[in-house]
Design a protein. Structure first.
Length: 118
């Protein structure tokens, strides 16, 4: 059974940093794309960042230059380093996996809360 478990969320002041982790179990995802999404209260879930098996990364425009996604295939884990956090980054952050050949993210974690105070 596949499980994605996020950790590292919390409360931080504006300008601060957090590092989210997402550990996968149940199968290996080293050859598949892993991503981070977020959902703020009253808003739809949105894409934040994704990283391919090759290490190529994509970012949503508002986080470019502030967030960095990385992965450790040996640990089956994806990370999201978030710097210069803003109150508008407050949301529940989810990690997800999109299998090669799929058009959607198939596996999702339960989410971790990130709250940025002004």
């Amino acid at each position: 059974q596949v499980q994605l478990v996020e950790s590292g969320g919390g409360l931080v002041q504006a300008g601060g940093s957090l590092r989210l982790s997402c550990a996968a179990s149940g199968r290996t995802f080293s050859n598949h794309k892993m991503g981070w999404f977020r959902q703020a209260p009253g808003k739809e879930r949105e894409f934040v960042a994704a990283i391919a098996w090759s290490g190529n990364a994509d970012y949503e425009d508002s986080v470019k230059g502030r967030f960095t996604i990385s992965r450790d295939n040996a640990k089956n884990t994806v990370y999201l380093q978030m710097n210069s956090l803003k109150p508008e980054d407050t949301a529940v952050y989810y990690c997800a996996v999109r299998l090669s050949g799929d058009s959607v993210y198939r596996y999702w974690g339960q989410g971790t809360q990130v709250t940025v105070s002004s």
